[in-house]
Design a protein around this ligand. Structure first.
Ligand code: PLP
Length: 445
């Protein structure tokens, strides 16, 4: 990038950083203090340039510092920087709801805005409970999530989530009445899968067992990521989501797709629901809707769900829920610009064109002895490394640290390396990224 930056004096002591090994961070804060970004690259306070292997946290696929987004931010800040969202709205937010509904799968047409993925999940769970109650089925209170699911960090999202490390410290705070489907990853049946595994549709039938156990009349909703991202890119087995859909429909259970990662192009379609041809009752989104520039999330619902709430006197609030920043005008304005850019710059096409490039590049690593699995779907891929005996996560952490020295910011969870390059990445950058990963895997002990 060639630009020089004033290297700030860093005192990290007062900060308590999220999902971070704070002590390790503070050993070398300059390396992990990002001071600027342009396109697919960051610059850190140590003066290094880093390729953004995960598009931020799956959220900046259009690249950093897009001039159209910067211009929108300036214009909107001058026009309407904030406007209360309770009993009021603004043109950007109303327009964005309309445009998201147009792009959502047919049958999903009302949008409730939040500020994050976690808030979107909690909102969807509340909508599910409220919907059943308003229809006279208040007995439906149970939520079914899935092992290895990640649905953010709200109490609802952690409860329905299935990432053990995120749950165990907070056991007393978990929601009542939550159960989990088994996850769909099975090494003996699907190791080194390209795209959707052929095996595993039958795992959706486990939902029938939970229905038999709890009775359908007690179950409000099932929530899954159509492609699980944070747990290491688990594509749904062929036919699995359709079976979940059928079982939910049969028993009057709402199906919620958490598309916080998938939504707005990661799988080459506006939504994973469109790519897989399965329409849920609600879609949760966040991240890419603003290219990560301003926090924004939301829930898209079927008209029947919205209509179920539209009862009682018209002056009364129908849904006792919302956030100070729900539908923030700045975020909504950026959202509208991002939709424009996805269309005008052809980002869905870019994501689709890069999918085979990423697939071939990651699967070329298969001969590395310390790799136990490689998976990909859309513009997302994951590589599992064999844990160092007795020290799970250490090999992955070493790869992450060494990657910074080699100019690549890899996202590592435990011993899994996830990659979700920006839609603006060049094929050569994807090749360089995976070649770098190969070197790292060979070089770390
Ligand atoms: N759901 C999924 C599938 C996610 O990947 C994430 C974040 O990575 C969330 C929910 C939570 O989103 P946020 O961190 O914006 O609260």
């Amino acid at each position: 990038m060639g630009t020089t930056h004033d290297i700030p004096v860093i005192n990290a002591e007062a900060a308590w950083l999220p999902f971070t090994g704070n002590r390790a961070f503070k050993d070398n804060p300059a390396q992990r203090t990002l001071v600027s970004a342009k396109g697919a690259y960051y610059q850190n306070a140590a003066g290094q340039t880093l390729f953004d292997c995960l598009s931020g946290l799956w959220c900046t696929p259009l690249g950093h510092g897009h001039p159209a987004i910067v211009e929108t931010l300036k214009r909107q800040a001058e026009t309407l920087d904030y406007g209360t969202g309770f009993q009021f709205s603004n043109p950007q937010t109303l327009r964005l709801a309309e445009r998201i509904a147009e792009r959502a799968p047919a049958g999903l047409d009302h949008v409730f805005f939040t500020n994050s993925g976690s808030e979107s999940i909690d909102t969807a769970l509340k909508i599910a409970i409220g919907y059943h109650r308003l229809r006279g089925e208040a007995t439906r209170f149970r939520m079914i999530g899935r092992e290895r699911g990640y649905h953010g960090v709200g109490f609802g999202g952690v409860s329905v989530g299935g990432m053990v490390a995120n749950r165990k410290m907070f056991a007393p705070l978990m929601l009542n009445g939550v159960d989990h489907l088994p996850h769909t990853h099975n090494l003996s049946e699907m190791a080194f899968s390209r795209g959707q595994p052929k095996w595993g549709a039958h795992l959706a039938d486990e939902l029938e067992k939970l229905v038999a156990l709890h009775d359908a009349s007690s179950i409000a909703a099932v929530i899954v990521e159509p492609m699980a991202g944070s747990t290491g890119v688990l594509a749904p087995p062929e036919g699995y989501l359709q079976r979940l859909r059928d079982i939910c429909t049969r028993h009057g259970i709402l199906l919620i797709f958490d598309e916080v990662i998938c939504g707005f192009g990661r799988l080459g379609d506006w939504f994973a629901a469109s790519r897989f041809g399965v329409t849920p009752d609600m879609i949760c989104f966040a991240k890419t809707i603003t290219n990560g520039v301003v926090p924004l999330g939301g829930v898209i619902v079927r008209p029947e769900i919205y209509q179920a709430f539209m009862t009682g006197p018209a002056h009364a609030v129908e849904f006792m829920h919302g956030y100070t920043y729900s539908g923030h005008p700045l975020a909504a304005a950026v959202g509208n610009t991002v939709l424009d850019l996805i269309d005008s710059e052809g980002h869905l096409q870019h994501a689709r064109a890069l999918e085979p490039v990423l697939e071939n590049a990651v699967h070329a690593l298969r001969d590395e002895s310390s790799i136990t699995d490689i998976r990909n779907m859309g513009l997302a891929a994951a590589v599992d490394l064999a844990p160092i005996p007795g020290q799970p996560g250490l090999r992955g952490y070493r790869v992450f640290e060494a990657g910074l020295q080699k100019g690549h910011l890899f996202r590592v969870t435990g011993d899994t390396v996830a990659m979700g390059p920006p839609f603006i990445a060049q094929p050569a950058e994807i090749e360089t990224m995976t070649a770098c990963l190969r070197d790292l895997i060979r070089s770390v002990p």
